[in-house]
Design a protein around this ligand. Structure first.
Ligand SMILES: Nc1nc2c(ncn2[C@@H]2O[C@H](COP(=O)(O)OP(=O)(O)OP(=O)(O)O)[C@@H](O)[C@H]2O)c(=O)[nH]1
Length: 537
């Protein structure tokens, strides 16, 4: 049983061992020449080999062997790889018959076995007169009469040998300089093999990387899920065709732009905050329901997911789950549910969507909180007031239960169009009121128009239904320290609603908020509470 090749000892046999731990790789490599037994001719020849490496790896190995054969005055040079009891020839110059590159032999039948066992240089000037070798199995397979060899270390382990042989015995013993030459050559060959192995690993890793990149590229471009790569500023660097298709725009056009260019302004604030937090390393993932504006100004609702891929260079993957289909399914499901409910015999009361709206008192309190929050963050806030057109007539014609069903459907549309965090309530006169946080006038108008359209398209009710919507928006001025008054805001929305009614119903009207009232009058006991009743023509 052969010993496992040992790890490199602290000194590799040099007469002047040098601590290379503090040296640059180049300087550390040069220490192989610091063997005081090397003569000038040997140094010059070895140094020349390392200065001008030419040809393939195998050609370089042979060049090393040829040079050493010449310097030692020997015929044969062999570099072998030793692993367990397996010895394989890696390179050979003038080898004996059968000992060519690639030939394999049991290690314990070669003289190299002694080199591996001793982990050092061995030299026999006259094999025939060396009693220790009388029974050596290599005597049969190798015609050598003289032999010198040294271990080759790669990546810190003894993994082979370099040996030189000749069919004649030497006139004198191998000198210290001969041994130094073979040891230094073994060190140089070890370095050469290490570099070649590193090159092969690098080539293979580069190949794997290229393959992974191609696979990723294919997945990205063929994936049905709309995706984009962006930086911390929301600038798109790459988009896949699915996203371009979702937005109805050319990929090349989008690639020059940013998330902000096609997003609903009301949804950008949270995105920008998330991107800043990602850049600061505070978060790695963000998601929100997000509205894109299509080429024709249509709203495209998605669930936006942002994930940091590379925080160092700022690479973010954005994925988009189209919600339009889900929304339309939800709406048709609600329609079917109501149709079924109207067909079913009367049963115990089922909690309606309206039941989920906030009671007036809580709504008012929360609206105050929303106004204060909006002022604190300098973000806009919109109020939406919706009234079903000619609802008295509808109730009269189809009955109050039919009116309830209609109101419920309209309420569902409004709930689905708003964010979960938006406040919704019903007023005494049946109008629905919503507080749209972080939403400016343009965002509120788009949303209101969508609700109005969806209401006019409701099916399965007892009669046709339309609605009118009044809007107003509070844009806090950060430098004035003033808050909007809840009463003022609702009254403004009420005026806008009246305008919509006056102008023929089934429309959306917006009125700017009058200049805001200073904070100290906000909680004034004179301020009317609740909401004014609609004073419609
Ligand atoms: N079915 C039903 N009717 C309601 C509810 N709340 C209020 N109403 C009725 O809705 C009607 C509201 O009337 P207005 O807002 O003045 O509407 P209108 O005058 O009929 O019509 P326009 O002014 O043209 O919109 C009243 O008849 C209320 O009784 C409710 O929860 N369900």
């Amino acid at each position: 049983m052969l010993p496992t090749p040992p790890a490199r000892p602290p000194s590799s046999g040099h007469s002047s061992p040098v601590d290379t731990s503090e040296l640059s790789p180049q300087a550390a490599a040069a220490t192989v020449f610091l063997n005081e037994n090397l003569g000038p001719a040997q140094l010059q020849a070895l140094f020349a080999l390392t200065l001008a490496p030419a040809g393939t790896f195998s050609e370089q190995l042979r060049e090393y062997l040829v040079t050493a054969c010449r310097l030692l005055g020997m015929t044969t040079g062999i570099l072998g790889h030793a692993e367990a009891n397996r010895y394989e020839i890696m390179a050979a110059v003038n080898p004996p018959p059968g000992k060519v590159e690639g030939a394999i032999a049991p290690l314990n039948e070669t003289y190299c076995n002694e080199v591996v066992e001793q982990a050092g240089c061995i030299a026999y000037a006259n094999i025939a007169s060396t009693p220790a070798l009388e029974a050596h199995p290599a005597l049969k397979s190798m015609p050598f009469q003289s032999y010198i060899a040294a271990p080759v270390w790669t990546e810190g382990r003894l993994t082979g040998t370099v040996c030189f042989g000749d069919n004649s015995p030497r006139a004198a013993d191998f000198s210290a300089s001969d041994r130094a030459l073979v040891e230094t050559l073994a060190s140089l060959l070890g370095g050469l093999i290490d570099r070649e192995n590193a090159r092969k690993r690098l080539t293979s890793e580069l190949g794997n990387l290229r393959l992974a990149y191609q696979e990723m590229e294919l997945l990205f471009s063929r994936c049905q899920l709309p995706m984009a790569i962006m930086d911390f500023h929301g600038h798109w660097t790459r988009l896949n065709p699915a996203l371009a298709q979702l937005l109805g725009t050319e990929r090349s056009e989008l690639q020059r732009g940013a998330l902000e260019d096609v997003s609903h302004p009301a949804d950008m604030q949270a995105c920008q905050e998330a991107l800043l937090a990602m850049q600061a390393g505070e978060i790695t993932h963000f998601e929100q329901p997000h509205r894109y504006l299509g080429r024709q100004g249509q709203i495209i609702e998605v669930m936006l997911h942002l994930d940091v891929i590379d925080s160092h260079s700022g690479v973010i993957l954005s994925q988009h789950q189209d919600l339009s289909e889900r929304r339309s399914h939800e709406e048709s499901l609600a329609r079917m549910r109501h149709k079924l409910a109207s067909m079913a015999p009367p049963g115990p009361a089922v909690p309606s969507v309206l039941d989920k709206l906030l009671p007036t008192e809580i709504f008012e309190q929360q609206l105050d909180g929303e106004i204060a929050r909006s002022a604190r963050h300098g973000q806009p806030l919109s109020i939406l007031l919706l009234n079903v057109d000619a609802f008295t007539d509808f109730n009269r014609q189809y009955g109050r239960a039919a009116g309830d069903r209609a109101l419920q459907q309209v309420s569902t549309i409004l709930r689905n169009a708003t964010r979960k965090s938006d406040l919704l309530s019903q007023r005494d006169d049946g109008s629905l009121i919503a507080v749209l946080g972080q939403t400016d006038s343009s965002g509120a108008i788009i949303l209101a128009e969508r609700v109005r359209h969806a209401t006019a398209e409701l099916h399965g009710l007892d009669g046709p239904v339309t609605c009118s919507i009044g809007l107003t928006c509070y844009h806090p001025a950060p430098d004035t320290l003033t808050l909007a008054n809840r009463f003022e805001l609702c009254e403004r929305a009420q005026h806008a609603l009246k305008k919509a009614k006056r102008q023929g119903r089934n429309r959306v009207r917006f009125l700017e908020l009058e200049p805001v009232i200073p904070t100290d009058t906000f909680a004034s006991p004179q301020a009317p509470s609740g909401f004014p009743s609609p004073d419609l023509p």
